[in-house]
Write a protein that binds this ligand. Structure first.
Ligand SMILES: Nc1ncnc2c1ncn2[C@@H]1O[C@H](COP(=O)(O)OP(=O)(O)O)[C@@H](O)[C@H]1O
Ligand SMILES: [Mg+2]
Length: 248
């Protein structure tokens, strides 16, 4: 279980996280919605230990990761995968070496075994045979899927998806959602997904949270969110220009 409590983070004078509280249960898929720039990516980067908060805690199975030393954090990181919003591929490495980056760093598998594993993950994200392409040869949607293959390469227990389907066509979006669901159902993966795609959100979520103004302002089952009387939730879910939610 992941417990985020009273998380605060500012950049200079700009307060981005202002007391985020959130619980993610083992095996669940939590979707986080929220307007652009409200701090969703910053929150995910804290959960995976890439950013340190100014205040607050993140407990993963009871361990406060905001206070861990590097070696222990590295061990925990092996159990987690993250698909970054920008895919964050290394431009100088081909697709296979990008996906195998963590595997090569943390295991001593043979080149052949690594190739096999990478090919299997590429197959899963619908990009078979692209092992030796360079990132510059990929479209935005392909980069995203390579980023996803890298996120799942080490078969993590926890996966953080930052806008996994932005820029993908509807067919590829469904395929990625199905992969997300099958990782959850077959392997019991716990996940947090940030998205602006309501269809995708409601397809994969067990629970949905709304992040706004530096806090989680609402969290509940899909039904609870759909029927929420909170005007912020209503405006966001219906995608209305007029309402209480101001542009940041
Ligand atoms: N490393 C950083 N340094 C300074 N400001 C940052 C950094 N990362 C994010 N921010 C700022 O934090 C705010 C939230 O960013 P982000 O989490 O990326 O938003 P989103 O909800 O769209 O994912 C933005 O104003 C962004 O400019
Ligand atoms: Mg973001």
């Amino acid at each position: 279980m992941i417990i985020v409590s009273n998380l605060h983070k500012s950049f200079g004078s700009k307060a981005v996280l202002k007391g985020v509280n959130l619980k993610i249960y083992d095996g669940e898929s939590l979707v986080i919605l929220g307007p652009s720039g409200c701090g969703k990516s910053v929150l995910l980067k804290h959960i995976i230990g890439l950013m340190k908060p100014d205040k607050g805690q993140i407990l993963i199975d009871g361990e406060d990761i905001t206070k861990l030393e590097q070696t222990r954090m590295d061990e925990l990181r092996m159990r987690m995968g993250m698909l970054f919003q920008s895919a964050a591929l290394f431009d100088s490495l081909n697709v296979e070496d990008n996906i195998a980056f963590g595997i090569n760093r943390h295991t001593s598998l043979s080149k052949r075994a690594v190739h096999h594993l990478v090919s299997e993950k590429l197959e899963m994200v619908g990009l078979p045979g692209t092992n030796y392409l360079m990132p510059s040869e990929l479209s935005g949607g392909m980069r995203k899927r390579v980023g996803l293959a890298r996120a799942i390469a080490m078969e993590p227990e926890i996966i953080l998806y930052d806008e996994p389907t932005t820029g993908l066509d509807p067919i590829m979006t469904s395929a990625i959602d199905e992969l997300h669901l099958s990782l959850k159902e077959k392997l019991g993966v716990t996940s947090i997904m940030v998205t602006h795609d309501m269809k995708s959100a409601f397809r994969v979520a067990d629970r949905v949270a709304l992040h706004y103004g530096g806090q989680i302002v609402e969290i509940g089952s899909k039904e609870e969110i759909m029927n929420s009387q909170n005007p912020l939730v209503q405006q966001f879910v219906r995608g209305e220009a007029q309402g209480p939610m101001t542009q940041l």
